[in-house]
Design a protein around this ligand. Structure first.
Ligand SMILES: Cc1cc2nc3c(=O)[nH]c(=O)nc-3n(C[C@H](O)[C@H](O)[C@H](O)COP(=O)(O)OP(=O)(O)OC[C@H]3O[C@@H](n4cnc5c(N)ncnc54)[C@H](O)[C@@H]3O)c2cc1C
Length: 458
């Protein structure tokens, strides 16, 4: 049996390393910095302290997610947390001895290597994979589907790789916005590929904006852990703008609105022991203790719909990490739950594939949208401008409709951008990170999910 794992971030590397019995090929571009994982700072959330509990972590996850979470997925995420983090430690990864406290967590449980956790993780996982996993340095252009089953991948150079199972670990789509914390290529190609092949996508309207991305050139994400370590959010006069430890969506909206009405907001690092945060310290040394910040598109909650084993509803295809939508995060991801999600579900995907799969899930949605696929060129610069303009921290119907008109019949990533805008337009309510100024309340009529599927020849 042969498995093709697509993507070289934490989800792809960890999943590839989790197989025991099968032949695995890992397909990803050679540059590790293309992956969001490389840039991850704060760490991995897991309840390891005897005074903490996976149940408290679960409750925090639901609360941050505005109780829109798939409860079983959130339960799996938080209760497998200690196991996978311990596994990393057993494999030789060294975390700092003290976990961070981050916004929305009721206990310090974010295991880290200062604010360089992602880079250290990538170095570690690459070194482990070097001798154990076959690598192909390439981009995947398409999934190969035969009679309703994924049977391999087509590379950018036209070469086909056949596989009995394909695992997508291709990351999210937050770089479809102009102002983003993600590397520029994080535009959801893998998600679009799965959608075009016939898998359901969901939760596309839920995009998390990180509240504290510096207004410097280049912009730098200032980790939530800084706020846990005493950083404040202040105005020109040094007065507090918002409680820095509230969940991300609330802090992001507060900063967005303060800036719109009154003026700049700064992350004040005066009370922080900067030696613990090398990335932030470089900014501190250059700009001083008060760094101007504003929200930026950061994390894609939506993606390819999966069950608790990472199975999509397209036979032969699994998805894991940021490209997947397990439902664990609900309407807003709790800080440092995404690296954890990649570890927990990556392990389960490998376990699932190594056992016989007898049935594939059929997902039920509150509403389904079938969308046409436009072929032709994409204009990424234009997409980024439009998304920034109409689908930011706050949206409304009029702007979203204008955005759809501006994207028009654009091909490539234009298809995913249209799906995101349609999803945001459909959800006539505010919930978690999705805030509609024309529908500022949460509505019982939208208590379920939208499933998006592209029209395709099946
Ligand atoms: C600045 C920053 C800080 C963050 N801090 C934290 C944190 O502290 N804690 C936390 O939990 N989360 C954090 N996150 C989020 C977290 O980093 C991501 O959710 C997580 O790393 C996603 O991992 P992934 O493996 O799913 O995707 P990625 O790490 O993005 O990897 C995707 C991989 O797929 C490859 N790929 C894409 N398309 C193709 C294709 N068509 N063919 C082949 N390969 C392809 C990419 O090149 C890349 O190698 C942060 C994110 C950012 C940007």
């Amino acid at each position: 049996m042969k498995v093709a794992v697509v993507g070289g971030g934490i989800a792809g590397l960890w999943t590839a390393l989790s197989f025991r019995k099968v032949e695995v090929v890992l397909i990803a571009p050679d540059d590790p910095s293309y992956a969001n994982t490389f840039w991850a700072q704060g760490g991995i959330a897991a309840a390891l302290d005897p005074n903490d509990s996976p149940l408290f972590h679960y409750e925090d996850t639901l609360k941050a997610g505005a109780y829109f979470n798939d409860k079983r997925a959130a339960m799996v995420l938080t209760h497998y947390g200690p196991t996978v983090v311990n596994k990393l430690v057993q494999m030789g990864f060294r975390f700092n001895p003290r976990p961070h406290l981050e916004g929305g967590h009721s206990f310090p449980r974010v295991w880290n290597v200062g604010d360089e956790t992602g880079r250290k993780l990538m170095e570690f996982l690459y070194s482990k994979a070097k001798d154990r996993v076959e690598r192909v340095e390439a981009y995947v252009k398409d999934l190969i589907v035969d009679r309703g089953k994924v049977v391999g991948v087509r590379l950018g150079n036209g070469r086909d790789i056949e596989a009995n199972a394909v695992v997508l670990a291709t990351g999210g789509y937050a770089a479809l916005w102009e102002r983003t914390s993600n590397p520029p290529g994080t535009v959801g190609y893998g998600i679009l590929m799965a959608g075009k092949a016939g898998a359901h996508l969901t939760d596309l309207e839920f995009v998390q904006f990180h509240p504290t991305v510096s207004l410097t050139d280049p912009p730098v994400l200032l980790t939530e852990a800084l706020r846990g370590a005493g950083a404040r959010l202040v105005n020109d006069e040094g007065r507090d703008v918002v409680n820095p430890l509230l969940p991300r969506d609330i802090v992001a909206r507060a900063i967005y609105n303060y800036r719109k009405k009154y003026g700049p907001v700064y992350l004040d690092l005066n009370r922080v022991d900067m030696d613990r945060f090398p990335v932030a310290k470089r900014l501190y040394d250059r700009y001083g203790p008060r760094i101007p910040v504003s929200p930026a598109a950061h994390y894609s909650i939506g993606g390819v719909k999966t069950d608790l084993w990472g199975r999509t509803d397209l036979k032969g295809l699994w998805a894991v990490g940021e490209c997947s939508a397990t439902g664990a995060h609900g309407a807003n991801r709790l800080a440092s739950n995404s690296l954890l999600e990649a570890l927990v579900f990556g392990y389960r995907v490998a376990l699932d594939i190594e056992n016989d799969i007898l049935e594939w899930p059929r997902f039920k949605f509150l509403h389904e949208e079938e969308m046409d696929i436009a072929e032709g060129e994409e204009d990424l610069m234009k997409i980024k401008k439009v998304m920034e303009d109409v689908a930011g921290v706050e949206r409304d119907g009029e702007d979203l409709r204008r955005g759809l008109e501006e994207i028009g019949g654009m091909g490539g990533s234009g298809n995913l951008a249209r799906a995101i805008l349609e999803a945001a337009l459909w959800r006539e309510e505010s919930r978690g990170v999705h805030y509609r100024t024309d529908y500022p309340r949460t509505s019982d009529s939208f208590s379920g999910r939208l499933g998006v599927r592209f029209k395709t020849i099946r």
